[in-house]
Design a protein around this ligand. Structure first.
Ligand SMILES: [Zn+2]
Length: 232
C-alpha cells in the first residue's frame, strides 16, 4: 500500500515514498537500499445497509453493506527474519465502498455454551474468518482476492458475534450470495481443514498464526464450526 515512508518495489529496486499527492494521484519516490519492507495496518468498519436474504434458523443473511477503511499505521518488517524494526502513523483519507456481503451470526448465549470471554471469542472469530476467506473461493470458484472476510465480536445493531464474507468489487458481483447458498458445505470444509492441519495452535494454512502457543483457539474454532453445521 502506498503511503508516506512506504517501501515500494519496482523492477527489482526499492523506492521510498517521500510524498503522496492523494488528489493528484501521484507518489513522489526516491530510490533506497534498505533491509526491510513496510506493511500497512488498516481498520475496517462494516455497516449492513439492507437485508436481501435471511435464513433465520441458521442465523445467516445476505445483503448490501458499506465498508469504511482507514489506514492508521505501518510497520517496518525486516527481510527473512520478519522482525518488527519500527513503525509509524499514517494519515490517509478514509476509503468507502458499497458492496454485498454474506453474514453469519452467533447467539449471545454462545459465550456461556462454550465458556469463553469476549477477547478469546474475538481471536477465534478472526481465525474462522481467515479460514473461510481461504476456503470459500474453492467452492464458489473465484480468486482469493475477490472475497474479503471480517469478524466482529459485537456487530452494530445486533450486538452479536458475527462473521462476514463480502464481495471485494464495488456493488458486488454475486460471490457472497453464492456463499450464502453454499454455507454448510463451506463450513464443513473449513472444519476439516482446521482439524486436519498438523499445526498445534494455528498457522497461516488454517486459522492464521497464533498470538500464543495455546491450542484453545483451534479447538474452539472446530467447536463453533460444529455448532454452525448442526443448525437447521
Ligand atoms: Zn494450521
Amino acid at each position: 500500500m502506498l503511503h508516506p515512508q512506504a517501501i515500494y518495489l519496482h523492477g527489482a529496486a526499492q523506492y521510498q515514498v517521500d510524498e503522496l499527492d492523494w488528489e493528484g494521484r501521484k507518489a513522489i519516490v526516491k530510490e533506497v537500499d534498505v533491509d526491510y519492507f513496510t506493511d500497512a495496518e488498516s481498520k475496517t468498519d462494516l455497516k449492513v445497509l439492507t437485508v436481501e436474504r435471511q435464513d433465520e434458523p441458521s442465523m445467516s443473511g445476505w445483503g448490501e453493506i458499506s465498508l469504511t477503511t482507514v489506514t492508521v499505521l505501518f510497520k517496518k518488517v525486516k527481510f527473512f527474519t520478519h522482525e518488527n524494526v519500527g513503525s509509524g502513523k499514517v494519515s490517509l483519507p478514509e476509503i468507502e465502498m458499497s458492496t454485498t456481503s454474506f453474514w453469519q451470526e452467533f447467539p449471545l448465549e454462545i459465550y456461556d455454551q462454550i465458556n469463553v470471554d469476549r477477547e478469546k471469542m474475538g481471536e477465534v472469530l478472526r481465525g474462522m474468518a481467515n479460514c473461510l476467506g481461504d476456503i470459500a473461493p474453492l467452492y464458489i470458484l473465484c480468486d482469493r482476492k475477490d472475497i474479503g472476510s471480517i469478524s466482529n465480536v459485537k456487530a452494530k445493531f445486533s450486538e452479536k458475534p458475527t462473521l462476514y464474507l463480502y464481495d471485494r468489487v464495488p456493488g458486488g458481483v454475486g460471490f457472497s450470495e453464492k456463499i450464502f447458498t453454499m454455507k454448510k458445505e463451506i463450513y464443513k470444509a473449513a472444519r476439516y481443514l482446521i482439524k486436519s492441519c498438523a499445526c498445534e495452535a494455528g498457522c497461516p494454512s488454517c486459522i492464521g498464526p497464533p498470538p500464543d502457543n495455546n491450542p484453545i483457539r483451534k479447538n474452539l474454532a472446530v467447536i463453533l464450526f460444529d455448532y454452525l453445521i448442526d443448525l437447521k
